[in-house]
Write a protein that binds this ligand. Structure first.
Ligand SMILES: [Zn+2]
Ligand SMILES: [Zn+2]
Length: 306
């Protein structure tokens, strides 16, 4: 088990081997608490320590928020739901913006972030979000949901992103995993979001199985081990890493068919790897890839600009 998701193992067996579940829905409070721990561990040995410690505090507040916020009511989830049966994910992330409850969650999160020890720029950004009028907040929420955050406005959007991650994870956690089906290559079957990265997991019943992780709602879904998450190609796939070669636990999976790349994290070799925290901490890989022909296909709003 990764510990941050509620596995709902399929009881069916194939040749005596348990079948890995298609999706792992998030356990929001635990997921963000573990992320905070991972940010703290990574900060201890990173030149990015100040930023990682700030994100540790953010993840801790996300965990607190997830603990105290109610799960969206069934009627709210229904309002966020798309028409089923036409190959669409059950949650329409673009409808989150108008969902009752999101505004309160964001206001709550902003208040929780006040006491966090933070750089001056982050403090100013928090004031910007706190003082933003309703249309401005709505515009920021739209930017996050549409993956169109202006790079020069990353700081205020970071808080909106963090609150939305909690809101979306709570909504995803209320879904029935058995009803989720694949919708498209590299697309979250719960909310339609793009992956932040993918994991090769090591928990019992799914050793060596790969899951893509939604950048929006944190749902994890099974994908073929060697496959481009942008175009679906299984040919022309290669790997890049900073160091460690074969043994590296964080790699860029590159695709020659569409010239894109997404990180793949080997949780089966290091169970503490986190799809968001380790993505941020392995910024060096993004810098390396920036000089390549490949374009990033993963989304991590905490790393905008790379
Ligand atoms: Zn999702
Ligand atoms: Zn591709």
């Amino acid at each position: 088990m990764t510990g941050s998701v509620s596995a709902q193992p399929d009881p069916s067996m194939i040749g005596g081997v348990p079948k890995a579940p298609f999706v792992l829905l998030p356990n929001p409070a635990r997921l963000f608490a573990r992320r905070a721990e991972r940010f703290a561990a990574l900060a201890a040995a990173s030149p990015m320590a100040p930023y990682l410690r700030f994100l540790e505090a953010i993840a801790r507040m996300q965990s607190d928020l997830a603990t105290t916020s109610p799960r969206p009511a069934a009627s709210d989830v229904e309002r966020m739901a798309q028409a089923r049966g036409n190959g669409m994910p059950p949650l329409d992330r673009l409808r989150f913006a108008a969902a009752p409850g999101l505004s309160a969650v964001l206001t709550d999160f902003i208040a929780r972030c006040e006491p966090i020890d933070k750089p001056l720029a982050a403090a100013e950004a928090l004031r910007t979000v706190r003082e933003a009028d309703t249309p401005s907040r709505s515009s920021m929420i739209e930017h996050v949901l549409r993956d169109t955050i202006p790079p020069e406005e990353l700081a205020p959007h970071l808080y909106v992103t963090a609150a939305l991650q909690v809101f979306a994870a709570l909504a995803a956690a209320s879904l029935d995993a058995s009803e989720l089906v694949p919708v498209a290559v590299g697309v979250c079957p719960a909310c339609g979001g793009l992956p932040v990265s993918s994991l090769v997991v090591g928990f019992q019943g799914a050793e060596g199985v790969r899951y893509a992780v939604c950048s929006c709602c944190s749902t994890q879904w099974n994908e073929v081990r060697i496959k481009c998450l942008a175009c679906g190609s299984t040919k022309g796939i290669g790997y890049r890493e900073i160091e460690g070669g074969e043994e590296a636990t964080v790699k860029a999976e590159v695709c020659d068919a569409c010239e894109s790349w997404v990180k793949i994290l080997h949780q089966n070799k290091n169970a503490s790897l986190d799809p968001v925290a380790d993505d941020v901490a392995s910024l060096g890989l993004n810098v390396l890839m920036r000089d390549s022909v490949y374009r990033p296909a993963g989304i991590n709003p905490f790393l905008i600009g790379y």
